[in-house]
Design a protein around this ligand. Sequence first.
Ligand SMILES: CC(C)(COP(=O)(O)OP(=O)(O)OC[C@H]1O[C@@H](n2cnc3c(N)ncnc32)[C@H](O)[C@@H]1OP(=O)(O)O)[C@@H](O)C(=O)NCCC(=O)NCCS
Length: 194
Amino acid sequence: MSRPVLETERIRLEPLTAAHTEHVVELDSDAEVLRHIFGRALSRAEVVDEHLPSRLRPDADERGIGYWAGFARDDAEAFLGWWTLAVDDEDPRAAELGYRLRRAAWGRGLATEGARRLIRHGFDTVGLDRIWAETMQVNTGSQAVMRKCGLRHVRSYVGAWPHPLPGAELGEVVYQITRSEHLGAEYDLPLDRG
Ligand SMILES: CC(C)(COP(=O)(O)OP(=O)(O)OC[C@H]1O[C@@H](n2cnc3c(N)ncnc32)[C@H](O)[C@@H]1OP(=O)(O)O)[C@@H](O)C(=O)NCCC(=O)NCCS
């Protein structure tokens, strides 16, 4: 199964491919977007040579997971950012949820809307048993999205990073949702479709 196009009320999620390179380069050129990830903007070469290849893994696509580029459904030109169910190399029954949106898209519930759609795809279509996500303790926005998607905090740890970002001393948090929790969940907003 390849990654399908997924839709929500406001977002068209297309399988991310090399054709989206310019959008990803532009997204990663904003240091504020990467504040809790790299603490700085990335150069075009870093995006193209170091980061993009791992987002285009054919083995992920074969399983129906990987990265999706999100576009506003009322303006197909408007790139919103990307969402992912990334391969968990230690657990083939699990995937890591992630999202990175352009600043212009923040604050409208879009990260949550897209993430919920990916979670539904991951459990109902791919058949995953567990979806988890990780961020810095200080990334309160990302944790709010996780909670709104039904993930719960399961673990915290302080990492030994070579170049720690501000707030690294407060550690990282890991959230997850299991298949049975997903099946029992009642989502508060009818944001999904398709
Ligand atoms: C974090 C991020 C994905 C949030 O996207 P978003 O579309 O603004 O999130 P939503 O609108 O779906 O917000 C969901 C909840 O999070 C809250 N929230 C969002 N950003 C927040 C922030 N910076 N601080 C505190 N709460 C925040 C919202 O208020 C909302 O809660 P509410 O409905 O109770 O008000 C976005 O800011 C982003 O892409 N940041 C840069 C990349 C990043 O950090 N990704 C996560 C790495 S693990």
